[in-house]
Design a protein around this ligand. Structure first.
Ligand code: NAD
Length: 336
């Protein structure tokens, strides 16, 4: 049986990364029926929007998408495609693993974190207004329903993936009502997992210092939207930066897998960018589909090509192109 998957190559470096990634995923022997959907800059000219309805319809139909980065034109009036997709499909959990890899130069060893970020509310609800000429207000929305939903997701993720601890991150000492509700919701959910997954909480500023000083103490982190955005970039930085940071946006009826990085327009079409983050996002997709053995093979192939250091892209100190790196990973997946 072939898996029907929506493939959004994206723009900038996206199409090259998508090509390398589909080659790697197909090397697992699993059959995919790619429903390729263009979105982004190109469709603004041809269809008047960077996110045509057909893209969302396709994901509603397949339930799963892999997506390259998409440029958000500054000042064009179009909403970010990434935010649009998350809202239209109610992709409430943003999951970003950060794990050290041999061959990727970093200051740390043995970092293995999963950042679970609430994706739908908080200051990102976009409710802000000017109060006269010299002041502005942004409204932070935190609900029990969304906080419990993300906490439950984090605990279920921990159980499914053999992780031992969830840390809730907040600033409830200052924002006693909003962050207080987030923390209280996490504590309520944690009670249902007692004895199976450990639970603790940290204030976000202390969390940042702890992650820089002793990241190996942490496992799964669950955060409201804004702290999740910031802390997931911090975590990506601990393990080697954007080129190697995969991500997933998960909802109850659809999931979109995409790298943390953007479309890096200056490298578009140059066969230069590192496809690792999109390939590892593909491995997350395989796990989501229940293809655990194939996901393991893809991840260890990426790790071994990077550890060898012979066929790596410029950002990892090598001279290989996007295509050559992808081909080297695909060959290892096939066991060549
Ligand atoms: P970016 O991530 O595109 O690039 C920042 C820098 O990181 C690049 O110049 C490059 O040096 C490096 N880099 C990123 N990805 C790399 C890769 N795969 N291999 C090697 N080096 C890589 O961030 P930006 O410049 O802030 O954003 C460019 C565009 O991307 C903007 O329009 C932004 O809105 C969009 N964006 C899209 C997404 C998404 O689609 N999910 C995410 C972030 C940014």
């Amino acid at each position: 049986m072939a898996y029907a998957v929506t493939l959004i190559p994206g723009d900038g470096i996206g199409p090259e990364l998508a090509e390398a990634t589909t080659r790697v995923l197909e090397a697992t022997g699993i059959a995919f029926e790619w429903d390729t959907q263009t979105a982004g800059e190109a469709t603004i000219a041809s269809e008047g929007t960077p996110l045509p309805d057909r893209v969302i319809d396709s994901i509603r139909h397949t339930g799963v998408a892999i997506k390259g980065p998409i440029t958000t034109p500054v000042g064009s009036g179009f909403r970010s495609v990434n935010v649009g997709l998350r809202q239209a499909l109610e992709l409430y959990a943003n999951v970003r693993p950060a794990r050290t890899m041999r061959g990727v130069e970093t200051r740390y060893e043995a970092v293995d974190l999963i950042v679970v970020r609430e994706n739908t509310e908080d200051l990102y609800a976009g409710i802000e207004h000017r109060v006269g000429p010299d002041a502005a207000e942004s409204i932070k929305i935190i609900t029990r329903a969304a906080s419990q939903r993300i906490a439950r997701y984090a605990f279920e993720y921990a159980l499914r993936n053999g992780r031992h601890k969830v840390t809730a991150v907040h600033k409830a000492n200052i924002m006693k009502l909003s962050d207080g509700l987030f923390l209280e919701s996490c504590q309520q959910i944690a009670a249902g997992y007692e004895g199976r997954v450990a639970f603790e909480d940290r204030i976000v500023d202390n969390m940042c210092m702890q992650l820089v000083q002793k990241p190996e103490l942490y496992d799964v982190l669950v955060l409201p939207n804004l702290y999740g955005d910031i802390v997931s970039d911090l975590a990506a930085g601990l393990v080697g930066g954007l080129g190697v940071a995969p991500g997933a946006n998960i909802g109850d009826s659809a999931a979109v897998f995409e790298p943390v990085h953007g479309s890096a327009p200056k490298y578009a079409g140059l066969n230069k960018a590192n496809p690792t983050a999109l390939i590892l996002s593909g491995a997350l997709m395989l796990r989501h589909l229940g293809e655990t053995a194939a996901a393991d093979r893809v991840e260890s192939a990426v790790r071994s090509v990077i550890a060898d250091g012979q066929t790596v892209t410029y950002d990892l100190g090598g001279h290989a192109g996007t295509r050559e790196f992808g081909d080297a990973v695909a060959a290892r997946v096939r066991g060549e």
